[in-house]
Ligand binder design. Structure first.
Ligand code: HEC
Length: 152
């Protein structure tokens, strides 16, 4: 009888696990969502921005000049991913490209200001550059997350 009650307890626990676990298992076993190539490109841009911030602080204009083109001419995602992105953003494509164009232009101006060792102009261009990142993020980042990764 005692054994039976232990077994019952074990069974009950087992049953509880089985009934509780399916959603957890489903979540854990779910195909991991492959990050977009765009994500790695963005992370690289973030690192380059940090390099530039540090270089501005030490008035290392050469580093600012060398790093700016890495942002202005950042790599593009492979064609297949571009098509996925363009399909998703649909009619917002011109806004998306516009933000990217602003980033390109501001990074180019930053490089030029650094080449002429004009600290004030560097700071203005850097602020413009950050603004261009922010405006695209404010408009698109959340919807990308929801659409491509299914999370908030
Ligand atoms: C044309 C739009 C656009 C521009 C311009 C843009 N980004 Fe992004 N960025 C995105 C999108 C969309 C994501 C989300 C990508 C994802 O989650 O896969 C993102 C994500 C990021 C991330 C990842 C952060 C995180 O954990 O979600 C970093 C870092 C980043 N961007 C840096 C930058 C920097 C720095 C600039 C400017 C120099 C910039 N981005 C300009 C669209 C843009």
């Amino acid at each position: 009888m005692k054994i039976f009650s232990i077994n019952t307890a074990v069974l009950a626990t087992g049953f509880a696990l089985v009934t509780v676990c399916p959603p957890l298992l489903a979540e854990n076993n779910a195909e991991p969502v492959e990050p977009l190539a765009l994500f790695a490109i963005m992370e690289e841009m973030g690192k380059n921005m940090q390099t530039i911030t540090a270089a501005i602080a030490s008035e290392d204009w050469e580093t600012v000049e060398e790093t700016s083109p890495l942002i202005a001419d950042h790599p593009q995602p492979p064609l297949g991913e571009k098509i996925r992105i363009l399909t998703f953003i649909g009619t917002d494509v011109s806004a998306f490209k516009g933000h990217d164009g602003q980033t390109h232009q501001a990074a180019q101006q930053l490089g030029q200001a650094a080449a002429s060792k004009d600290g004030e102009a560097v700071i203005v261009a850097f602020a413009d550059l950050q603004r261009s990142c922010l405006s695209c993020h404010q408009r698109f980042r959340k919807s990308f997350r929801t659409h491509f990764y299914g999370r908030q």
